[in-house]
Design a binder for this molecule. Sequence first.
Ligand SMILES: Cc1cc2nc3c(=O)[nH]c(=O)nc-3n(C[C@H](O)[C@H](O)[C@H](O)COP(=O)(O)O)c2cc1C
Length: 171
Amino acid sequence: MPDALIEISPYQIADNPFKLIGKDWMLIAAGELDSFNMMTASWGAVGELWNKRVAICFVRPQRYTFQFMERAAVYTLNFFDESYRPALDLCGNRSGRDVDKAKETGLTAIAGTGGAVHFAQARLVLECRKLYAQDIDPNHFIDQTIPPQIYPQRDFHRMYVGEIVRCLAKP
Ligand SMILES: Cc1cc2nc3c(=O)[nH]c(=O)nc-3n(C[C@H](O)[C@H](O)[C@H](O)COP(=O)(O)O)c2cc1C
């Protein structure tokens, strides 16, 4: 079992956010120990909004994870070392409807204090409290070339803005 994670302040996160989210990827996890799901995501952001430290992520409605995100008050964003790339590949290419991703990847779910699972193997976990959710609206694109490229099926992401209520990191 990996070392227990310790709580840090969001201001202690030293990672470059472009690399952290866009290149390293994250697992969005929602649900509790007896019923949860996770999926890989590489689109998102972290920063300051409404005087809070927030993380923003985007989930298409057909993802199994979407149902868990809708039910959850709290969800987690989990970041891993490069050695977990195969696990993130699996979680980004298979659905929790068809496979037990925790079993397939060997990732160990841990119950967080806020009621959402995170993973023991993560090197950084952002526990987020849902503040705001809104579907991407095709009418609001200033650059109208994006919708046909990114949403040919019109499966517009739901954007979740979450307050980072707890950051956990490897000691
Ligand atoms: C690198 C990578 C990044 C991804 N980023 C997103 C994302 O930001 N939002 C999204 O809805 N799906 C994203 N996906 C797709 C989901 O991870 C994928 O459809 C997954 O199988 C959904 O699993 P689920 O049905 O168990 O929720 C990404 C996949 C990969 C491989």
